[in-house]
Design a protein. Structure first.
Lengths: 122, 523
């Protein structure tokens, strides 16, 4: 069965781009554009992995992670943060909330991101 | 006569001095005006107490005690008002209490003129005191209530200002000063109820002066800093002023007068200099803060701008990479090279943005380091693997000359060292058209020296001199800019230096190739 990935990304163009590549790679993709929506969808979809942007409208990715980890059934759900915002403080906060990795978007092509994700799904 | 009787008088003079200094030199504010009123009421009280204890007749005692009660009636509400003004902890209810307090104070003040407040005289071993009448009882309640409110505000503010050490210590002084003062001064009511007690109010005056003086001189309460200087000058001036009257020999008299004159001139100069220095220091502090703010704004701007720049770059990088991976069908052969060129150009932009971010972080001192032990040789091997295709595209070689001996690990920030070495090798590939690049690592005892030698363009002495400079260093930057080296080498050098290493370049001249060196300590 195809692995379910939830992508939380507010930039429409990037969302469409990652969607194309991930679907081609055979993943079952759900796209949302905000942290609040992300929390709702996580409960419904129960993804195998979340790809999380950090700078989001209103509530940011860190607040999504905090909320997610409050729910016992998701306290070990693999989350990969990916953002172009790379302040050391934010990075530290994300790792403390158990992200598998913190990827800088410009450093990776979609293909490279998929390779990373495959390694975390193993 | 008991000399202790004069203590309130001395206290009064001290407070008067204090008040004058604060009023003349401090910043003018409402809280300061209230503090002045409070101080004046205390002076009134000190004088009243002194006169009361030296009174001969009952009528005199009652008169001076009524003067004392003016202070007792207005001090609590003035203190409360001062507390609110000083801490700015106003609320609607606190304002209501303030108005009620003032109304009560005025009522008690009016009652003081009748016989309903105090009446008759109670005599005890230390003197006389008026006896409490019917209106005195609610007054005591009012007194205790507003003093408690005042302390409560100071305590509230003490807790609130914990994060601001200077403010906090000021409030601490006020709080403890007034608590001790009130504890010592309050028994002054007891004789009114026929309880004989040593007149502690003598001490209260002294305590008030000490706390205020320490607070002002040591912790700049009310922003007054020169009081101590002026106070000392005042005392010395007073002595010098008295001296001529005591001396009878005319020559000495003239000399002391001349000294007094000189003293006045020098004191004036000294005080003026002190003021100027304080003014200058304040200005410098203000400027420094302004500068800090600007600097922070600059790096924040760069950080946010870089982030904004990265989003479209991500889209270009992603889509082109997907086109080159045939995700949108096979592109015509003719289109492949342009696509690759777009990709490469975009990578350059991404690198530029990364460098900008790094520069802004280096300059703001916000880089964080995570040091660990690792093999430099392994790292360089993997970098060469990664960059090999770039060299192959240009038909040049890229090789690591194996060291004969096993090299020790180094202890440094792996990511930053990696970025630094990639920068240099990438640069070498960029500037080399034929021949190639040789990387060598040598063990120099307590450090590893990596050399990256290319057979490329080489550099003149002048070019070498500003090679590692950032764009912020004036002309050099613009020149490098057009040649495309950008900020990469500046970042590289900084990364190496922040890991306690050294980076430099050598070249025999144009078209003679160049060698870049990186030295990193082993431990």
């Amino acid at each position: 069965m195809a692995k379910k990935i939830l992508i939380i990304e507010d930039e429409k163009i990037l969302r469409e781009m990652y969607y194309d590549k991930f679907v081609q790679a055979g993943f079952d993709i759900t796209l949302v554009g905000s942290a609040e929506e992300g929390i709702k969808v996580v409960l419904k979809v129960k993804p195998d992995l979340v790809l999380l942007d950090i700078l989001l409208p209103e509530k940011n990715g860190i607040s999504f992670l905090t909320k997610l980890r409050e729910k016992p059934e998701f306290d070990s759900l693999p989350v990969v943060a990916f953002s172009n915002f790379d302040s050391p403080e934010t990075k530290k906060a994300a790792f403390e909330l158990g992200v598998k990795d913190y990827l800088i978007k410009t450093s990776f092509t979609p293909k490279q991101i998929i390779e990373k994700i495959k390694s975390y799904l193993k | 006569m008991n000399i202790a009787i004069y203590i309130p008088l001395v206290s009064a003079i001290f407070v008067l001095f204090l008040v004058l200094f604060i009023f003349l030199k401090g910043e003018k504010s409402k809280s300061q005006f209230l503090f002045l009123l409070i101080s004046f009421s205390f002076i009134l009280w000190f004088i009243g107490t002194f006169k009361m204890f030296t009174s001969e007749t009952d009528a005199e005692i009652i008169f001076w005690d009524k003067i004392n009660y003016i202070t007792a009636i207005f001090a609590p509400i003035l203190l409360y008002h001062f507390g609110l003004e000083f801490t700015k902890l106003y609320t609607k209810n606190k304002k209501k209490l303030l108005i009620i307090g003032y109304i009560l104070a005025v009522i008690f003040f009016l009652l003081l003129r009748t016989n309903y407040f105090i009446d008759d005289v109670y005599k005890y071993s230390w003197g006389g005191h008026a006896k409490a009448a019917i209106a005195h009882h609610p007054f005591v309640l009012y007194f205790i209530f507003y003093m408690c409110l005042f302390f409560f505000i100071l305590y509230e503010n003490y807790k609130r200002t914990k994060k601001d050490p200077l403010k906090n210590i000021q409030v601490k002084y006020l709080l403890w000063g007034f608590v001790i003062f009130s504890l010592v001064a309050s028994p002054a009511f007891l004789p009114a109820y026929g309880i004989s007690i040593y007149p502690f109010e003598y001490l209260a005056g002294v305590i008030f002066v000490i706390v205020a003086a320490v607070g002002i001189t040591r912790h700049f309460l009310f922003g007054v800093r020169v009081i101590l200087t002026e106070f000392l000058i005042g005392i010395m001036g007073l002595m010098l002023f008295i001296l001529p009257f005591l001396i009878e020999i005319p020559i000495l008299k003239t000399i002391t007068l001349i000294i007094l004159l000189l003293f006045c001139v020098f004191s004036y100069l000294l005080i003026r200099a002190t003021y100027q220095e304080i003014k200058r220091r304040n200005e410098i502090e203000k400027l420094y803060k302004e500068l800090e703010k600007l600097d922070k704004a600059k790096s924040e701007f760069v950080s946010i701008a870089s982030h904004q720049l990265r989003t479209p770059l991500t889209a270009v990088k992603g889509y082109i990479s997907m086109m080159l991976e045939n995700d949108y069908g096979n592109p015509p052969e003719k289109m492949k090279l342009p696509l690759k060129n777009i990709y490469t150009s975009n990578e350059r932009l991404i690198k530029l943005v990364n460098d900008l971010l790094n520069v802004s972080r280096i300059e703001a001192g916000r880089l964080q380091f995570k040091k660990e032990s690792f093999s430099l040789e392994e790292m360089i091997n993997s970098i060469i693997e990664e960059l090999r295709s770039l060299a192959e595209n240009k038909n040049i070689y890229l090789k690591l000359e194996k060291s004969k001996k096993v090299l020790p690990n180094i202890f440094a920030d792996k990511d930053k060292i990696r970025q630094a070495i990639i920068n240099i090798i990438d640069n070498a590939i960029h500037y080399t058209e034929k021949g190639g690049i040789t990387v060598k690592i040598e063990n120099q005892g307590n450090k590893l020296r990596t050399s990256i030698t290319d057979t490329g363009e080489g550099m003149t002495k002048k070019e070498l001199s500003f090679l590692f400079e950032s764009f912020s260093r004036g002309k050099a930057g613009t020149k490098l800019w057009t040649e495309g080296a950008g900020l990469g080498l500046y970042v590289t050098k900084k990364f190496i230096e922040l890991n306690k290493g050294k980076a430099w370049a050598e070249s025999k001249g144009k078209n003679k190739g160049s060698t870049f060196y990186i030295e990193l300590p082993i431990k």
